[in-house]
Structure formats: C-alpha cells, structure tokens
Design a protein around this ligand. Structure first.
Ligand code: PEP
Ligand code: MG
Length: 590
C-alpha cells in the first residue's frame, strides 16, 4: 500500500472503496475591497450565489425526501428559509455598497447571525446555529469557487468511503447506505456520537484520524478497517487479499458468536450476568432483539432529534418507543430521557457554549424546558402500556434533579389521565451514574427510595473524573476507564446499589470491551448493556470466567496505581481463562 493512516477503530467491519472527500468547514475568506464601479457586478454575483445555493438545497431536499422521508428532509426547509430572509440579503448588500467584496460581506453577516442565534434563550432558535453553519459553508463555496462537496453526489453503488472532518446533522441525514460503505473522520473518539451512530447504522468507521481531510485528495482506493482503525491508501493486490482473508475470518468468528445468542449468560461458577442491548435508533430494535440481549439497557432518545429541524411530537416519540418495547416482547426496556447538548447536536447550547460538556445538557436542559420534557414523559408513559418500560435520567448530579423530574413525571401522568388515557403510576425511575458527584453521593438517591435503579455511564464518568474530553482525538490515549479513580467510583456505586437492593448496570462503552467487562464483573456488576454486536462477545467472556477469578483480578486492578498496571493485572488473568487473546485486543483503549 502507498500509505496508512491510523485513527481509532469506532465501528467494526472492513470496507473496500474509493475515498470521497467532503470538506465541510467554513473556509477562510480573504478581505477584498472592491472599487465603486464593481459594486453592481458584485451584487449580481451575490444574488447568483444565493440562487445557486437554493437550487442545490432543493435538489438535496428532494433526494433526502425520496430516500429517508419528509421528516429527515425538513432540515433543508429551514436552510432555505435562512437564504430567503430579506434581512440577511439587505445586510449583505449594505456591506457590498460599502466596497466590501461579496464573500466577505456574506461572511460578516453570517458570523453576526450565528452569534445572535447562539445567544438566544430559546433552544429552538439556538438549534438553528447548525443550519446557519451549513448555509454559510454552502454559499461561500459558490462565492469562492470552491468545489461544492456534498455526499449527495456520491453515485449509487459507488462504494464510497466518506472522509470528512466531522459528521454534522446535515450530512448525517444524507448518508446513503447504497453508496457509502464506511465513514472516516478527523475528529471524534470511540465514545463520541459519530462513533455511536456509525455502530448503530452498522457502518464500518474510523474516527480521530486528525488530518485525513488534509492528507487525502479524494478518489484514492482504500481499505477501511473499523476494528483496528487503519485506513490503507492505494492497497496492493497482496493487501487486498490479506484484508479479504481477515474479513472472512471475522465473518466466521461472528457466526460462531451468533451461535451463543441462545445460550445462557452465566459464569463458570454459576453467577448470572444480565446482558442487555444499547439501542440508539428505533430501527435497530429488531436486530438488537435477535442478538440474545435480555432487554434494552439504554435507549438513547436524542438520536430521534439529531439532525431534525423540530422536536418530534408526542405521537412520533410514542411510536418510536413503542416499536422498541414491542420488539423486546415484555423484556425490560430502559429508555433514557433526552441527553441533548455536549457533542450531541443540535439543541442545548452546542456549539454556542464555550464549554458544552459542562454546560446546559441532558437533565439540566430538560428541567429548564418543562413542556419539552413533559411531552417526552407522556410519550414514555404511553409506551409503558406495551411492556416493561423503565425511565432513566442522564447526567444527574443531585437528588433535587430527580425530585424535579418526578414532579414532571406525575404531571405528565395527570395530563394523560385527563385525556382519558390510562397510565401505570409504577414505571421505575432510575438515574445514570455518570458524574463523580452522582457516584460519590449515590446513597442520597437511595436513602428515601427516590430511584429504582442505577446505570453507570462510563463514557461520561471517565470524562468527568479524569477531566478528559471524550470526543477529543488528541486525548484518546488519556481516556483510561481502568484508572483507579474510575474503578473506585464504580465499586462505590455497586456497593450503594447492593445495600439498597437496587439493580446496578453499566451501559457505557466499557461494558462492551472484554477486558473491561471482566473488570466490571469483578467489581460486582451483574448487568451490562452493550451494543447489539457485542452481546455475544461479552457473553463469551461471561461464560469463560468465574466470579471469584474476576473478583481477584478487580481487586488487583483497584490496588494498581495506574490504568496501565490495572490493565496488565486484568489481562494476565483473563488470558489464563480465555487464551483466544485476539478478542481481548479489540477496541482496547488502555
Ligand atoms: C455514558 O456516558 O457512558 C453513556 C452511556 O451515555 P452517552 O454515551 O450517551 O453519553
Ligand atoms: Mg453519558
């Protein structure tokens, strides 16, 4: 091969295809002063660019509507309305009349609008920032004569490996599975939402390549290996053969794992470990149900919102939740209320907040938007009539938040009853333990019976404990779930849960990784919620170990001064139990 780019394997699978480069960032705009006599032509150039951008958007809208449906395509309506805003046109034309070239004039006005929208109190207005960015890039591309990169241009059946800086909502709704075989991004890590989305869509993906959009020109042949994070450019015949062989081996291994689906998840010393699935999109429910998972341990409802122009209403949410509940035929389905914000577009401060991970996200945003929250709670209560629904609150740091959510849940139940809809009043309410505050003070949630279960979100727990941004590719080697501080917080949560007779699950990425799952079982966790593809793999770990051995390994890990030492302690012991070590290296982050 000519070159090898190495990032973070984010979604397994091997894809062979052609690099489709998508530069979707706001370009640098030179400051150009124009003479008076050039003003009319400049005004004309600006109007033409707006018209071309509108044509392009209509084209994309029609395409997305035909493929993904009108709800997904609605995002382009919003972008068209921005281009039709007379205030924007007037503002740009004013600057052109002051001898500023069209691209700079447009750039200035768009920056102003974005700042204004970003400061707006209403989340629905702030949400527009992402759309403004898309419009900003599109019109500037026309004005600066840059290529109008767009995944819509990928011809059907062309096996494109989409290489982009990051996946924006506008790009996400255009992902066409018939033409895109894999995704590679400069930004992101295994736990960032591009990665989670790629896994949900079953698209092989590499994130955190940092400079791929600069190093590649587009059109190169490439092999993307979503397990190892290697993007091989211009592979030789021999490379292709060896990857085909690997793909064959992976298929055989997967087939073997599939056979485990119907077997019990029980350790060699007879302890049952419940395995549930993480479901991000309702369409995944059937696949997740056939994975052998004993219910859903985490449904991330924010994916219903991602890339949308408006919030889904109660009926639409109800249908989505019901679909998942029915696919699991009476098994528990833990549905998490909206965790919007942070790296999860589009509502809730991002990208307008300087520090979105410490900002207005998740339960904070929901409690501040009671109408939005009650709508979701009503949809959840209605879905609960069809199975064993449990409601989970994200990013909780204090008992007050749980109590405030409980009040809104009661309100939602009363609203439904007034409509003559019968609702269960005993739907369990649980919290995610994903902040150090929640872990250290876990007992405050159990003391008066405020919560009925815990689920440890290690993606955020690691991020907040170690002060390591989970989405920053430059920090990925420092994102170490086996750090003793993290292990101690997990242990404490398990102990508090056990003392109060509560179920304690782990639904972060840690649960999906063999070595870490081994550690979690040793720490006393008896419920793991993992991506559907990982259910069998983790089951294999459970069936190959004893709890006593896992406890001994976890004690050694807890006593280790560093994550690396903890990893070695666990690795040595797990290797003894399961010598097929190939499995253990996959996705290992420490
Ligand atoms: C987590 O933080 O571990 C988690 C499961 O939630 P999310 O990844 O959606 O933030
Ligand atoms: Mg989280």
């Amino acid at each position: 091969m000519k070159r090898k780019l190495v990032g973070i394997g984010a979604s397994p699978g091997i894809a062979v295809g052609t690099v489709q480069l998508l530069r979707w960032e706001i370009p640098d705009v030179p400051h150009r002063i124009i003479p008076d006599d050039a003003i009319p032509a400049e005004l004309q150039r600006f109007r033409l660019a707006i018209d071309r951008a509108k044509d392009r958007l209509r084209q994309i809208r029609a395409r997305v509507e035909a493929g993904a449906g009108p709800e997904e395509a609605a995002i382009f309506e919003v972008q068209l309305s921005i281009l039709e805003d007379p205030d924007l046109t007037r503002g740009v034309e004013e600057l052109i009349h002051q001898n500023i070239a069209a691209e700079k004039a447009f750039d200035i006005r768009m920056i102003e609008s974005r700042q204004r929208f970003a400061r707006a109190a209403s989340p629905m207005v702030r949400e527009r920032v992402g759309d403004l960015t898309d419009v900003h890039i599109r019109v500037l591309s026309f004005l600066l004569g840059l290529p109008d990169d767009d995944p819509v241009d990928v011809a059907a059946g062309s096996s494109a490996i989409l290489v982009t800086h990051d996946l924006t909502p506008g790009l996400r709704v255009q992902l066409d599975r018939k033409s895109i075989v894999a995704i590679a991004t400069d930004a992101g890590t295994r736990t960032s939402h591009v990665a989670i989305l790629a896994r949900s869509l079953n698209l092989p993906a590499i994130v955190g390549l940092r400079t791929a959009t600069i190093e590649l020109r587009g059109g190169e042949r490439a092999i993307l290996d979503g397990s190892t994070g290697v993007l091989a450019i211009e592979p030789s015949h021999a490379d292709l053969e060896s990857y085909r062989e690997r793909a064959r081996q992976e298929a055989i291994a997967e087939e073997e794992l599939r056979r485990l689906a119907s077997l019990e998840s029980i350790t060699t010393d007879g302890v049952r470990v419940t395995l549930r699935a993480n479901v991000d999109l309702p369409e995944e429910a059937d696949l997740a149900a056939s994975s052998g998972a004993d219910g859903v341990g985490l449904m991330r409802t924010e994916f219903l919102v991602l890339g949308r122009a408006t919030m889904p209403d109660e009926d639409e949410q109800y249908r989505a939740y019901r679909r998942v509940v029915e696919a699991f035929e009476g098994k528990p389905v833990v549905i998490r209320t909206f965790d919007i914000g942070g790296d999860k577009l589009p509502i809730g401060g991002f990208p307008s907040e300087p520090n979105p991970f410490l900002g207005w996200r998740a339960i904070r945003m929901c409690l501040d938007q009671p109408d939005l929250f009650r709508t979701q709670l009503r949809a959840l209560l209605r879905a609960a009539e069809h199975g064993d629904v449990r409601i989970m609150l994200p990013l909780v740091v204090t008992l007050d938040e749980v109590r405030a959510a409980r009040v809104l849940l009661d309100d939602a139940a009363r609203q439904l009853e007034r409509r003559g809809v019968s609702v269960r009043r005993d739907v369990p309410l649980g919290v995610m333990i994903e902040t150090p505050a929640a872990a250290v003070c876990a007992d405050t949630f159990t003391r008066d019976g405020d919560v009925q279960f815990f689920s440890i979100g290690t993606n955020d727990l690691v991020q907040y404990t170690l002060a390591v941004d989970r989405g920053n590719a430059n920090l990925s080697s420092r994102f170490t779930p086996l750090h003793p501080a993290v292990l101690k917080l997990i242990q404490r949560t398990v102990q508090v849960g056990e003392a109060a007779g509560l179920e304690v699950a782990v639904c972060g990425e840690m649960a999906s990784q063999p070595l870490m799952a081994f550690a979690l079982i040793g720490l006393g966790v008896r419920q793991l919620s993992v991506s559907p593809r990982s259910v069998s793999l983790v089951k294999r770990i459970v069936r190959g170990i004893s709890v006593s051995m896992a406890e001994e390994a976890a004690a050694a890990a807890l006593a280790s001064p560093t994550a690396e030492r903890a990893r070695r302690e666990l690795h040595g012991r797990l290797r003894t139990a399961l010598p097929e070590l190939g499995l253990l290296e996959e996705g290992s982050t420490v």
